[in-house]
Design a protein around this ligand. Structure first.
Ligand code: COA
Length: 162
């Protein structure tokens, strides 16, 4: 039985959809490493320490979760942590093509690499980190989309003192 799983992502910022997925997966593994990536194909808006801090606060009530960060290749980090099972979320068919490429490339780089996909609750399927940032930047209420602990981080970036 596998007891350790890794959930890699940019988490820029972590959303309620991510946390829903973490909760679901925790039911099936005794430990989960949530690994915040420094290098992704996107330019991150929040710094790596900010993204790690946000994830720590959003998962503080989940004792099986360890939050860590990594730079470089995901597979190298996974080898270093002796874990070969990764979790990714699928919200819609549109996620599939990118996830398929990511999985195949990772398996080329690390033969023992396995991936499991889970779907968040349907009420979170339309949420993305980009949309959350856009809504926050334009003064919209994001409380439905991000954990309570994340709102102050967004406010600090987007609500400027007069
Ligand atoms: N709920 C809400 N949103 C979700 C979600 C869920 N359950 N699952 C995914 N998303 C959204 C995110 O909000 C994000 O939205 P955005 O594109 O608007 O920012 C998007 O889907 C995916 O983001 P995230 O889950 O943070 O992962 P990612 O695709 O940014 O992560 C890495 C990619 C980090 C796994 C990948 O870039 C990587 O492994 N990097 C390390 C370097 C490396 O090894 N590169 C080679 C890869 S083969």
């Amino acid at each position: 039985m596998k007891t350790l799983v890794i959930y890699p992502g940019t988490f820029d910022p972590v959303t309620r959809g991510h946390v829903d997925l973490i909760r679901r997966c925790c039911e099936h593994f005794s430990k989960m490493i949530v690994a915040v990536a420094e290098h992704t194909h996107k330019k991150a808006f929040f710094s790596l320490p900010e993204r790690v801090q946000m994830m720590k606060e959003a998962t503080q009530v989940l004792p099986r979760v360890e939050v860590d960060s990594f730079s470089g290749l995901l597979v190298d980090y996974m080898r270093s942590r002796r874990v070969n099972v990764a979790l990714r979320g699928l919200r819609a068919v549109s996620d599939f093509e990118y996830e398929f490429q990511l999985a195949q490339m990772n398996r080329k780089l690390y033969r023992e690499f396995e991936i499991i996909y889970m779907m968040p609750d349907e009420k979170y399927t339309y949420i993305s980190s980009s949309l959350v940032k856009e809504v926050a930047a334009l003064g919209g209420d994001v409380s439905e989309f991000v954990p309570e602990e994340i709102r102050p981080f967004l406010m600090a970036k987007f609500v400027k003192a007069d």
